[in-house]
Design a protein around this ligand. Sequence first.
Ligand SMILES: Nc1ncnc2c1ncn2[C@@H]1O[C@H](COP(=O)(O)OP(=O)(O)OP(=O)(O)O)[C@@H](O)[C@H]1O
Ligand SMILES: [Mg+2]
Length: 507
Amino acid sequence: MAPEPPLLTMSGITKHFPGVRALDGVDLEVAPGEVHCVLGQNGAGKSTLIKVLAGAHRPDGGTIAWRGETVAPASPIAAMRLGIATIYQELDLVEGLSVAENVFLGHEPTSAGFVVRAGAARSATVGLLERLGHGEIDPGAPVGELSAAQRQIVSMARALSHEVRLIVMDEPSAALDPEEVRNLFRTVGDLTADGVAVVYISHRLEEIRRIGDRVTVIKDGRTVAGGLPAKSTSTDEVVRLMTGRDVAYVFPERPDPPAGPAAEPVLRVEGLAREGEFAPFDLELRPGEIVGLAGLVGSGRSEILETVYGARRPGAGRVLVDGVALRPGSVPAAVRAGLGLAPEERKAQGLLLMESVTRNVTLSTLSRFSRAGWLDRRRERSAARQETRGLSLRPDDPDAAIRTLSGGNQQKAVLARWLLRGCKVLLLDEPTRGVDIGARAELYAVIRRLADDGLAVLLVSSEVPEVLGLADRVLVLREGRVVHTADARELDEHRVLDLVMEGSPTA
Ligand SMILES: Nc1ncnc2c1ncn2[C@@H]1O[C@H](COP(=O)(O)OP(=O)(O)OP(=O)(O)O)[C@@H](O)[C@H]1O
Ligand SMILES: [Mg+2]
């Protein structure tokens, strides 16, 4: 069989931003109907590359050939018209509009050249959602009311509302739980069976082998390997290409349980509950301990963390730090007592996008760097830099605007803030979402080291191996209830997945 001519060939693409060479000659070739994975460390240039393809960034140099012709998509709509759709890392739906309005935003369905009624958009949307296996989503519902997984489906329905031949997905699985990931993969399989090509970006390397056909690896804005076979290239090889070194992606060792009497719990949660979110929840967390909460999206894990932190008011129960009950529903009280939360939605809750890396890190410790009303900026910067260097945050520039950082590096800035603050109890919600494999190992080591120094950690993660590898003890949540508690060493991934999904209709 003669190889099919490529659908897309990007050659020598370059793009720089003030002070940053984001793309320094990237090549990418995609065949029709294949799943082509693009891998690279945080800041390697993946999102920038696909924004060039999507017409959101104009490249400085290089060429794009699409179905044999040179093109230069000048806007996302122009790219869509060519048949290239993009599901962004940060989804770009309009929250106040309905599902159907979002799907047909900017290109109402037409019939014989006439724009047809809203009813047609609605029924066309229903058809698209059904094609994606999500007929349960109401086309009239405001997008703001949908879950992360559902929004992604809407974004895909919008892509399919055009005649697409290529769908680019930038870390689509980052916000999904294992079952939703399975649905996503089924959708990807259906698309490629229809001849649609998929460019798939992810930091979860096990996904590459599951759905990828070929792999392109980008490092520092350059293609270091193009079109490797996904199934037969080893993870070690891919990681070496991405990072330029061998990475031991092992979890740090757990300390032996201390002899003698156990320390007093620093955090005690007693019967904490919120109607409709989670049933009475109890926990004792000791200094040096890492406890993981495993459960599906919607199992109540983030809600528990936020309620402990005072960001949600409990319906019942209380939270004690060092034996002292906190004022319910008060974040300042929780922070004063020594609680820190690194939230899941770093954009919405964690970051000041217009500020520098330094200020984002020192945000909750600013008073430490002021004397008599004067802010000592040099001390502020060097304190922030010490934390960000410990996490290998890139670029290593304390004055860079946080919004220009890649997704994974923004996550590191959120963590650096709490490390600098030095809290007693750190609540981590999806701490490695979007963080590359090299940086993950570093992050795990940092978290364990902090625990060894006496920090208590409560960890929520969708990635079961992460919970099992990092935590000492694991609580498994299902529909707002703890259904199992065990030493992490006594559990394995299959057992946890069985526990989190038992009784759910699609298990
Ligand atoms: N608008 C911008 N202004 C300035 N620099 C930018 C801008 N967008 C991206 N960059 C820089 O370009 C480089 C590549 O970023 P990009 O977002 O493409 O990385 P990525 O590979 O998608 O990383 P991640 O895995 O963390 O999402 C980074 O150094 C980033 O800081
Ligand atoms: Mg990115």
